[in-house]
Design a protein around this ligand. Structure first.
Ligand SMILES: Nc1ncnc2c1ncn2[C@@H]1O[C@H](COP(=O)(O)OP(=O)(O)OP(=O)(O)O)[C@@H](O)[C@H]1O
Length: 273
């Protein structure tokens, strides 16, 4: 029933005609997207539909229309949805936690929700907590941690089951610079074996950690390509590529702006799949 993510020809994520509505507004407007192994940055202006997309892929919300296939499973069916949930990891933008739990208890609780083999849980929890640099706080209650540490607990719970599909909504919000650097390295390692989608406003996170970029605006695909291809789009403007000028921005920031300009100028043809 299951398939191996990253196998050529078997995308981990395969969505077609994805439409999400919130009351009368359209958050995603017939989006087609496939994702395979690697780290994909999901970029877009405020309200572009990033969180709406991540929530559908996490099977938290159902789309108004369109097909959603995750790990080879059509998740419109209940059994397939349950299996997909066991095999994915999700860090929501507003990550709800239990302040009275210790870090270890909370991550173990999520492992239990994912129906992991009970015998494997303690080691899986230890590994996930270590990977986010909280090994020395594993028995601290979550209420005693800083905001950035709580965010790291959120990342630990998302990776405890070694997910084949990892969905992270603004994962670096609240992390200090050193932690951001370490987190990006962790993302790159995770992307070697799984499919990682990172919704972020931080273009520098994308430049440092993502091999591919999905840029959406107004619920539509504005750009799809490698991080290098996005940076190349910005090369037509200022030639300062050091990223040390506020006006010019970094190459990826300039590419981001150029891709949005192109999309706005040619909404029907600006997207590349
Ligand atoms: N619960 C909701 N009720 C009504 N409208 C909503 C709701 N959630 C999102 N929207 C609308 O759907 C659109 C897409 O929102 P979404 O949160 O997916 O965008 P985003 O790209 O994640 O934004 P941001 O960068 O600000 O986090 C926006 O127009 C937003 O106002």
């Amino acid at each position: 029933m299951s398939t191996t993510p990253g196998t050529p020809g078997t995308p981990t994520v395969n969505v077609a005609g994805l439409t999400v509505r919130h009351r009368r507004s359209v958050a995603l407007d017939g989006l087609d997207l496939t994702l395979g192994r690697g780290v994909h940055g999901l970029l877009g202006p405020n309200g572009a539909g990033k969180t709406s997309l991540v929530r559908v892929l996490a099977t938290v919300t159902e789309p108004a229309a369109g097909r959603v296939e995750l790990l080879g499973l059509d998740v419109s069916g209940r059994a397939a949805r349950t299996e997909a949930r066991r095999r994915l990891g999700y860090l929501p933008q507003d990550f709800g936690h239990y302040p009275g739990f210790t870090v270890r208890e909370f991550v173990a609780y999520v492992a239990w929700l994912k129906e992991m083999d009970a015998a494997a849980v303690p080691e899986a929890v230890r590994r996930a907590v270590d990977r986010v640099g909280l090994g020395d706080r594993a028995d601290a209650r979550i209420r005693t941690l800083s905001g950035g540490m709580v965010r790291r607990v959120g990342i630990a719970q998302a990776i405890v089951n070694e997910p084949e599909l990892l969905l992270l909504d603004e994962p670096t919000a609240g992390l200090d610079p050193e932690q951001r650097v370490e987190f990006r390295a962790l993302l790159r390692r995770l992307g070697e074996t799984s499919t990682v989608l990172v919704a972020t406003h931080l273009v520098e996170d994308v430049a440092a950690a993502c091999s591919e970029v999905v840029l959406i605006e107004s619920g539509r695909l504005a750009f799809r390509g490698t991080t290098g291809e996005l940076a190349a789009l910005g090369e037509g403007g200022d030639s300062d590529s050091d990223g040390d000028s506020d006006e010019a921005g970094s190459p990826v920031e300039r590419g981001y702006a150029a891709a949005l300009r192109a999309h706005r100028g040619a909404p029907a043809e600006g997207a590349r799949r």
